[in-house]
Design a protein around this ligand. Structure first.
Ligand code: 13P
Ligand code: SF4
Length: 329
């Protein structure tokens, strides 16, 4: 049997130039009963071919209810893990196993465990951007779409640890009046937006509204006209009577914003460092159409989760899905 080269975290098999990637991906997904799910931060070609495009909450909700045999998760590793935790009997594959997350990496499970164990009287709320091992230490998972509702579902005097994103945690504290104890983590993409450059853009386009993801720093959030998850920003842009927006989140979302709002203009908020495309998530960008094709063809690389960890982690994700459903999300 031929061994597949996965040494670099993705299938390295050469692809015949004559192959029509889209056609083949369409054929294989039908043949294998596979569903392709993509996050809004994927490149436009991947979003366009996906069966389903959504934010982190929607991807988890879709994974929980799919009847496909294979889930191809075009996003980052923790999203694949979330799908695998919810669907242990399904095969979950991801185009490039190196697609990690700086925010998830900012919360190593062993350090988080010490932090949590030192505070046994605290409820642990973790952002979905965490490893399965961190979710196993968590009482309830949240995403940026439901963090407020989930925090609000606890009594006002509940002692809460919120991790790992300090910006989202600070934002939720500010809108709920809580004093949750925050883990000191952050996302390298959302921390990079420059308030000075956003202000310059606002001067240039006084009619533009600023849309920001709550993973951004407070100095950026105070400039925002609307703060929300990727799905919420998309919805707001569609409903708003404004025709121009400055978008302070990963630039992949602009693909769907433009698709749904042909007449509107979306300007990506610039990062501090103009020498790099810091508003692109380098992890999300590791996935390509070629890797997606090979991943579907060879059903590799596969996401696996240790069963002991999975059994603990699934409770915190199911609790999130239950509260979200009750809140109409
Ligand atoms: P949402 O998908 O919840 O908007 O989060 C954005 C993100 O950073 C995903 O990695
Ligand atoms: Fe992680 Fe940030 Fe990339 Fe989202 S944008 S996957 S939080 S590094």
């Amino acid at each position: 049997m031929k061994t597949i080269d996965l040494s670099e975290g993705y299938v390295k098999e050469p692809i015949d130039k004559a192959i029509d990637l889209e056609e083949e991906i369409n054929r294989m997904r039908k043949e294998k009963n596979a569903v392709i799910m993509a996050h809004y931060y994927q490149t436009g070609d991947i979003q366009d071919i996906a069966d389903f495009v959504g934010d982190s909450l929607a991807l988890a909700q879709q994974a929980a209810k799919t009847d496909a045999d294979i889930i191809v998760l075009c996003g980052v590793h923790f999203m694949g893990e979330t799908a695998k935790i919810l669907c242990p009997d399904k095969k979950v594959i991801i185009p490039d196993l190196n697609a990690g997350c700086s925010l998830a990496d900012s919360c190593p499970a062993d350090e988080f465990e010490k932090f949590v164990k030192a505070r046994p009287d605290h409820t642990v709320i973790s952002y979905v951007n965490t490893s399965a091992a961190v979710k196993a230490l968590t009482d309830v998972v949240v995403t940026s779409s439901n963090a407020r509702q989930i925090v609000d579902s606890f009594p006002e005097n509940e002692k809460i640890i919120f991790g790992p994103d300090r910006n989202l945690g600070n934002y939720i504290n500010s809108i709920t009046g809580r004093k949750m104890l925050l883990w000191d983590g952050a996302c390298h993409v959302h921390e990079q937006f420059s308030p000075e450059k956003i202000l310059e853009l606002k001067k240039q386009y006084p009619d533009a509204l600023v849309l920001a993801h709550p993973e951004c720093k407070k100095v950026v959030l105070i400039l925002a006209d609307y703060i929300g998850s990727t799905a919420a920003l998309l919805k707001f842009a569609g409903k708003s009577s404004c025709n121009r927006f400055i978008v302070a989140t990963e630039s992949g979302i602009i693909h769907e914003m433009k698709k749904q709002n042909l007449e509107k203009e979306f300007i990506p908020a610039p990062p501090n460092d103009s020498t790099c495309a810091c508003n692109d998530c380098s992890f999300m960008r590791l996935n390509t159409m070629k890797k997606l094709y090979n991943c579907l063809k060879y059903e590799q690389p596969e996401i696996t989760v240790d069963e002991e960890i999975r059994k603990k982690a699934v409770n915190s994700i199911k609790r999130m899905l239950e509260i979200s459903q009750k809140s109409g999300l």
